[in-house]
Design a protein around this ligand. Structure first.
Ligand code: C2E
Ligand code: MG
Ligand code: MG
Ligand code: MG
Length: 273
């Protein structure tokens, strides 16, 4: 018999198992924290919100990227616990800022498919908001096309219950999945986040310009806002602004910041306007 297992394959299978195991204790032993990346309204030239992004600092491995562990968590089911932890942490942080009289902006939170489909998700969201006395208007959920497409009809029902709490829903990484006009129109979504794949070096790439231009035009027709993700350069920013994109998020404007750094950044940004 022929058994083949390259070092790399072995490495990655081992890695997956290892990460899966380590994830179990990560939340309990406070290895996770949130960072906040500002979003800017292009027309108003000011901050309009932020996205909460999870960070995992492992005691031995150091920082492990969500790009690495979120997919593993999604496959193992751990993602529901992580997403719930993130929701709780972000809402608690918002309440803390508000109670201290600090300026706040709405916080967007990423929600994976298993969480979105989790029994009682809407009720849990509602009780979190009540517990911390945070209005739903301060929260936005970012979902991917995968979530929306799974079962358009049941997804739509859950989404309507979510927006009834005042929470907005945006479609993350738009353009990378199974973008379909017909279902977009059936879902109560307020914003499309255009994936970084279309944004990077857009000023030099006619194909990206065509696709992004079509997304922005379509969004306008459907009365949806657009956010360009991962804007890194002035040239990208200028091109996207000229296309009529509503908001931008990316290193060009600000990197993801710790809670403390974020409130300081907010205070300075507001002063500058
Ligand atoms: P995403 O939701 O599309 O988040 C945007 C990602 O782009 C973040 O990566 C952010 O740090 C990165 N980014 C922002 N601006 C720039 C830029 O100018 N240039 C470049 N190169 N990158 C930029 P991050 O934090 O590594 O997160 C990766 C993905 O992991 C997220 O993509 C999201 O899908 C997922 N994720 C992160 N936090 C959570 C979470 O709390 N729950 C769930 N379910 N998923 C999460
Ligand atoms: Mg996101
Ligand atoms: Mg995104
Ligand atoms: Mg993305």
């Amino acid at each position: 018999r022929f058994a083949f297992c390259s070092d790399e394959l072995h490495q990655s299978a081992f890695n997956n198992l290892y990460i899966r195991g380590e994830l179990k204790s990560a939340l309990a032993s406070e290895q996770m924290r949130l960072v906040y990346q500002p979003k800017r309204c292009i027309a108003a030239e000011s901050v309009v919100g932020c996205e909460a992004l999870v960070r995992w600092q492992h005691p031995l491995e150091g920082d492990i990227s969500p790009v690495q562990f979120i997919p593993i968590a999604e496959r193992s089911g751990m993602i529901v616990e992580i997403d719930y932890w993130v929701l709780h942490a972000a809402i608690k942080q918002l309440a803390c800022w508000r109670n201290n009289g600090l300026q706040v902006v709405p916080v967007a939170i990423n929600v994976s498919l298993p969480t979105f489909a989790h029994d009682g998700f809407v009720e849990d969201l509602q009780s979190l908001l009540q517990r911390y006395d945070v209005p739903g208007e301060m929260i936005e959920l970012e979902i991917t096309e995968r979530v929306a497409l799974r079962q358009v009809r049941s997804a739509s029902a859950v989404m309507h219950n979510i927006i009834a709490l005042g929470i907005k829903i945006s479609m993350d990484d738009f353009g990378t999945g199974y973008s379909s006009l017909s279902y977009l129109n059936q879902l109560p979504i307020s914003t499309l986040k255009i994936d970084r794949a279309f944004v990077s070096d857009i000023e030099q790439d006619p194909l990206k310009q065509g696709i992004t231009g079509a997304i922005v035009a379509m969004a306008k027709a459907m009365k949806l806002k657009t956010v360009a993700e991962g804007v890194e350069t002035e040239a990208e920013f200028n091109y996207l602004a000229q296309l009529g994109c509503d908001q931008l998020q990316g290193y060009y404007y600000a990197k993801p910041l710790s809670a403390q750094a974020f409130v300081e950044w907010l205070a300075e940004d507001t002063l500058a306007v």
